[in-house]
Design a protein. Structure first.
Length: 177
């Protein structure tokens, strides 16, 4: 699902977060039903190929793998905007979920831009480097951020990227909540 929203405060963010968590609970219930009613091979075919889970925002049927990927990226986006509200409390933010042109997060006035992702590794598909290059190429935004979650990224990695991209604040979340 592609969706663009504008949020003005953390209460609005919490509403989206609760929707995502409710839909993840629905998906977990569906997962349990599939596991209890199918052998392993059939269950995994269903997980991979059938729309048996709830899309995190709409609740519409979606493939489980897509739901896993989308939910975590959406939650990182919410955490990123919460972080941004601590630094820029007067801003309203546009969140671009899915395949929508623009940055993942932008302030309405265009002074703040951010990219977000959740991956098994920051190196996956060159995502971190691609995001940082894209952010660095923007000469108009005053503040630039990269927000993400993975299990591999260390402080040494952060120092390396910070040296290459000094105008971008790199924020690696320790957990997804």
């Amino acid at each position: 699902m592609s969706k663009q929203i504008v949020v003005h405060n953390t209460d609005e963010l919490n509403n989206y977060k609760n929707t995502i968590l409710d839909n993840l609970n629905s998906s977990a219930n569906m997962l349990q039903k599939v596991l209890s009613n199918n052998d392993a091979l059939d269950a995994f075919k269903i997980f991979k190929f059938e729309k048996m889970a709830a899309e995190p925002l709409s609740g519409n049927p979606e493939n489980l793998i897509e739901v896993i990927n989308q939910a975590h990226t959406y939650l990182i986006s919410i955490m990123a905007v919460e972080y941004l509200y601590k630094l820029h409390p007067a801003q309203a933010f546009i969140i671009n979920w899915g395949n929508i042109p623009g940055y993942d997060i932008e302030s309405v006035d265009g002074t703040i831009i951010a990219e977000c992702f959740a991956a098994t590794s920051y190196k996956s598909n060159g995502k971190l480097t691609a995001d940082l290059k894209r952010l660095a190429g923007n000469t108009e935004a005053e503040y630039k951020y990269e927000f993400f979650y993975d299990k591999d990224f260390t402080e040494n990695h952060k120092e390396y990227y910070k040296e290459k991209y000094p105008d971008i604040e790199i924020v690696k979340f320790k957990d997804i909540k």
